[in-house]
Every structure is written in C-alpha cells, then in structure tokens.
Ligand binder design. Structure first.
Ligand code: AMP
Ligand code: ZN
Length: 469
C-alpha cells in the first residue's frame, strides 16, 4: 500500500491530503514558457519540479492529464517580432522548438497537451465576451477590455491580499501583462490594437482589433482542454500574483465554479541571492551549461535534488556535486547489472525499507532529500553485499526491478550500459573479479586478454575495476 499524498496548497497555506475531483484522474495545468528567448535553468527548475509531481502522481496510481501551454503571444513576443521585422510565428518558432529539445534533454516527460496560445484565440474571445455580458469586464477608452476586480470580491484570495488594500487601487487599470502588487488594479483581458506598438500583429474580435492579455490565455486553454475545474495548477512563486490571481478571477467569474483545488508553487532558482531572470541578466540557459561540458542529466539532478519550496542557489560547484552523485549511481547500476549472482541473501528487507522511506518522503509534499538519502543508503547496502558475494539470482532481479520502478519517478538512471556491453563480456568481467578474489592470477589475466580481444578495456578506479569500450 502506498501512503496518501499530501501537498502544500498555496491557496490555504497548509499541507493537505490530496484528493482529486474524479479519482484516479488528475487534471493538471502547468504554465509554460513565454517563447521570446531560450528558457533559462531557473525556468527549468519549475518544469523539473512539475515533472517530478507528474511522475509521483502516476507512480501513486493516478492518471494525469496535463497541459503545458506555450505562451507565443504577449508583450514580449510581440516586441521581439516587431524588433526583428518578422511575423510572430517566425519569431516564436525557433524558441518553441528549442524548448521542446531542452525538456527532452532534461528527461522531462511528454505531457498530454502542449497548446500554443495563438491556437486558442477564439476560446479567449468567448470568455471575454461572457465576462462582458456578466458585467465583470468593461471596455476602456483605449480600445482595451478590462476585468473589474471590484466585481469579484474573492480577488486576492490566492496571494492573501486584503480586500481593503484592493479597493484603493480598484479605480486604476493596468494594460501590461506583468506588474507588481503596488499596481493592484483592473487588468487587461483584451489589448486594443495600436499600429505603432503592434505592427501587423492583431486579431479581429467583437470588441475590436487587438490581442489577448497573457492571463486570459491560460484560463482559456485550461478550460478548453481540461474543463472549468482543475485538480492542480502549478507555476513558480512569481506567478502567484498577478498571473494566477487573475486566472482565478477570470475563470471563476466566467464559468461560475471554483477553478482550482490545489495550487503548487515552486521557489526560485537564485544566483548570489537574486532570482535568476532574463531581466537581471544573471542566467544560464541549458545550452550554456551543455557547452561547458555538463549534460542534461546532471542539470536535472541538481534541479531535482532540492525541495521545490526551498530556494535553490545555483553554482557550478553545485553542478559538479550533482555529477559526482550521478557517478556513484552510474557505477552502482553498472555493477549490479554485471554482477554474477552468488548466494541469495536477505535483499527483500532492504528493498522494502527503502521503498517505504522513498514513498513516505515523496508523499510528504515531494520531500526529495530524504528520498535521495534512502536511495544512497540502499546503494551502500547493496554494494556491501556485492563485495561479499551475498546476492543471488532472485535478489539481483528484485534489485533491478526496484531500481527500474524508482526510475519512473526520478528519471535519472543510466541503463545504456545494459545494451552497450555484450553479456559474455560482462560475464567474463565478473569472472575475472572472482578469479582475483581467489588470487587466481593466471585465470584473471586470461580473462582480461579475452575481454580486450572483444574491444573492451578494464580500468582500475577507486571504486574498483570498471569496463570501458
Ligand atoms: P516565463 O517564460 O517567464 O513565463 O517563465 C516560465 C516559468 O518559469 C514560470 O512558471 C516562472 O514562474 C518560472 N520561473 C521564472 N524564473 C524562475 C526562477 N529563477 N526560478 C524558478 N522558476 C522561475
Ligand atoms: Zn499561465
């Protein structure tokens, strides 16, 4: 029996037992990238956290239906397209493509829906029209349509802002996609066309030429693909206000029901105490790190290894440490795969204890650190048994099976070795280890020579001899 999942819900500011509306289905919406630039690894921290969430939900028996949208129209993409003198599509296509390549490099699983905002403009227009009809939205004298936060008394519930603070700003309006709490005000749903600013980028609508505001995009894509009620909605903490607050207001005012049960927000990746961001210029893209010789798995490990509600301070040393941890795991996996079964020892007990520790940790709001600690304890324990020849055929199978199941959650292990090295070579390698233990040097040399005739080399490392191509 797996334990019950508990998540920290930003809406209630408490850790709650997770119960989706229609189990085992989980409707999950995750705000995707704005494709005006290559995503940086701060962005990817959030996507790796969401990937862990998705994998844990699946492991615990839920059927996840996830949307990760692509924001291909907003202030920033339009600005970029105008600057470069290209169409919006031409401008966003390479960044969208790069994003999909990057998430693959990071071992992030494919999700069910990856809508582009520009494919959902009619759904956005429909929602805005409903909001106008209900009197919660109004047309401004600048050709834009605004949401009136005074007409939505629950406004501020997610970010825990007080209503009296809100009333002061309620007469103000803000037409930008991004703004901060000081600018608490009615926000834009449809931005009226301005030739100078928007060039040829606009859509026709019943309320005039223009384009959607960023916030309505997510509400419309979520409602179109998952329905008006979601189980989980995620993003990083900077999305809480105004983006998610506005999503709630629009969706609930339009659809007349509670929008999201559980809100999960990841803390930022920071550099020298400041949020990694494009505007501060203190960012690394994944590609920057690949150029420095790191690989996607190392970056994934680093991003995954700190609990999502704790800030993660990015350093290259941290990435080196991630490399080191992965090397230990790789050595272990390589060794257990090549291990020649001997006496059957008591492996079930250790597997069970490790499984329970990892499941309990992850069920507790994705508490990754104790889960990884349990994994490394397991590695230590099994290595010791292998040293002593205390694992038999069944034990080896059980260990490999357990590791494969764990990897559905972590997406970290490297199994290629299984394919790269032919079984007879692995067997000879293990036989040679035994021969050496028995001080049968002649046999050990004979096996080494045979292994090398098959194109493989034996290297001595601090962790013991290893096979290399
Ligand atoms: P954007 O492309 O700017 O819309 O951001 C995409 C996602 O990355 C959003 O969910 C942001 O909240 C998140 N994000 C941006 N900067 C960071 C950071 N330094 N650490 C973690 N997540 C971030
Ligand atoms: Zn969003």
């Amino acid at each position: 029996m797996t334990p019950a999942l508990n998540f920290y819900n930003t809406l209630t500011r408490t850790k709650e037992p997770f119960s989706p509306l229609e189990p085992p289905k989980v409707r999950l919406y995750t705000c995707g990238p704005t494709v005006y630039h290559y995503a940086h690894i701060g962005n990817f921290r959030t996507y790796v956290f969401e990937d862990l969430l998705r994998r844990v939900l699946n492991y615990f028996g839920y059927e996840v239906e996830q949307v990760m949208n692509i924001t291909d129209v907003d202030d920033k993409t339009i600005k970029g397209a105008i600057r470069d003198g290209v169409t919006l599509d031409e401008f966003t296509a390479p960044f969208t493509k790069a994003f999909f390549e990057d998430i693959k490099t990071l071992g992030i699983e494919e999700v069910e829906f990856r809508p582009r905002a520009t494919d959902y403009i009619p759904a956005m227009i429909e929602m805005i029209q409903k909001l106008l009809d209900k009197g919660v939205a109004y047309k401004g004298n600048d050709g834009s349509v605004y949401f009136s936060i005074a007409k939505f008394p629950q406004y501020g519930a997610l970010s825990h802002l007080k209503l009296d603070e809100l009333k002061e700003g309620a007469s103000e309006r803000v037409a930008n996609d991004e703004y901060d709490k000081e600018k608490l005000a009615d926000f834009v749903l449809w931005k009226g066309y301005d030739k100078e600013r928007d060039g040829e980028i606009y859509w026709e609508s019943p309320f005039g030429k223009g384009r959607p505001g960023w916030h309505i995009e997510c509400s419309a894509m979520a409602t179109s693909l998952l329905g008006p009620k979601l189980d989980i909605h995620c993003g990083a903490v900077d999305n809480i206000f105004p983006h998610h607050e506005n999503e709630i207001a629009q969706s609930e005012a339009c659809n007349g029901c509670h929008f999201v049960k559980t809100w999960l927000h990841s803390e930022h990746l920071i550099v020298d105490g400041r949020k990694m961001s494009k505007s501060l210029g203190n960012f690394f893209t994944l590609r920057d790190l690949l150029k420095k010789g790191f690989d996607g798995r190392e970056v994934r490990y680093l991003l995954l290894s700190v609990h999502y509600r704790t800030q993660l301070n990015f350093t290259l040393e941290g990435l080196e440490a991630a490399r080191h941890s992965l090397r230990r795991l790789d050595d272990f996996i390589e060794r257990i795969q090549a291990y020649i079964p001997q006496e059957d020892g008591p492996v079930e007990g250790l597997i069970q204890v490790t499984k329970e520790k990892i499941e309990n940790a992850l069920a507790d709001d994705l508490n990754i650190s104790p889960a990884l600690a349990a994994l490394f304890d397991f590695v230590r324990g099994v290595n010791l048994w292998m040293d002593q020849g205390e694992i038999g055929e069944r034990g080896k199978d059980e260990i490999l099976d357990f590791l494969h199941r764990l990897d559905h959650i972590l997406g970290l292990f490297r199994w290629e070795k299984e394919l790269d090295i032919p079984a007879p070579v692995l067997e000879a390698f293990e036989k040679r280890l035994l021969a050496r233990q028995e001080k049968n040097w002649a046999e050990a040399d004979r096996l080494r020579a045979w292994i090398s005739s098959q194109g493989f080399q034996i290297e001595d490392t601090p962790q013991g001899p290893k096979l290399k191509k």
